[in-house]
Design a binder for this molecule. Sequence first.
Ligand code: UD1
Length: 420
Amino acid sequence: MAKILINGGQTLDGEIWISGAKNAVLPILFASILGTKISRISNVPHLQDVTTSVELMAQMGAGISIDERLRIEINPSLLNRHEAPYDLVKTMRASILVLGPLLARHGRATVSLPGGCAIGSRPVNLHIHGLELMGADIQVKNGNIEATAKRLKGARILMDLVSVTGTENLMMAATLAAGTTVIENAAREPEIEDLANYLIAMGAKISGAGTHTIIIEGVDELGGADYEVLPDRIEAGTYLVAGAITGGRVKITRARPNTMDAILDKLAEAGAKITCGDDWIELDMQGRRPKAVNLTTAPYPAFPTDMQAQFTALNCIAEGTGVITETVFENRFMHVQELQRLGADIQLEGNTAIIRGVEKLTAAPLMATDLRASACLVLAALVAKGETSVDRVYHIDRGYEIIEEKLSQLGAKIKRIQIA
Ligand code: UD1
């Protein structure tokens, strides 16, 4: 077990690069199962969720090798087991992304039903319903989703709710179905477009990814592809908030500013001077305290739920009162109680947090509850007077590569210690 210790009070100033996107690399890795040939994926972030995905595919018999630059080579031709067991699925809900590819390519899949998690119940009914419309026979038994299909067939699928992994699962399954699939009310996240581009490179016929309607014309076989994963907009946003919260200047490179409009708009509203190139962003607070911002989370291109906790932290020390409304997950304010331990003034009313900015926070021992909540605690600790410890950092390691090294490079006083 490890803890992160942060001595708050440093004004961040410097430049760092952004890693490949967690939410793009996971579906891309699982999509490689759809092919008959080897795929090579680059710009892979060194994250626990990537390790879990690789472990899962290796357990199923796929040939996997990883080079020193973390390029992952996947040989799907050896895959001979079709099961995602509970011990892996419970650590990473995105394991549900094997369901569509396994069913489409091998005609069967047994995937443990993901349970609830800290941020809400997170059902997978949309994944199951869409696959049934494509002709799959699905039973939920003994905590498992057991799915079989001879060959999936194209279908028109209207998704009741906008679901990111739901859209991805169905888009992947449809690539090998007989006929055309139309997914309506599809999620539009940039990671969906990235997955579609990878599938197209493998030989799939997909149009409309990144819009509400995705059309997939099924093909008989997919090959492999060499593909570079897009940069992580949530990691990028988190480091920009680190700059803003400390009144500092942060330049991020290897980023994709055109996927970050809602985040950059809110940072500008908080008083940051933002300058962008094609693949870099510089944020400069010029020593000022941020101004509180109001925001509501919603599917892309609106403000992402995965950045909600970080902006809650920003509002804690901002000038004025900020109101944050969470509409995507029902229980995503677990960080509020921890922020209060640092002296934040936050009132929770249902899915809304009213945050009255205070001039200073003070250090306390904190406990991470989920991935983005843990990032928000680190951000708040950067401005809290004294030494804050953040426990259960395995949550951070699921989604942030070498966070303490990157923040140190920006001038933060942060270190990781091993505890018994
Ligand atoms: C993905 C992201 C996660 C992000 C979330 C919302 C990955 C690996 N994870 O998660 O980081 O926070 O999108 O942007 O990409 N829902 C149902 N039934 C379903 C599926 C979803 O009711 O079958 C509900 C969920 O409970 C939630 C909402 O739909 O309230 C959106 O969830 P969804 O977009 O599916 O989230 P994930 O794909 O799990």
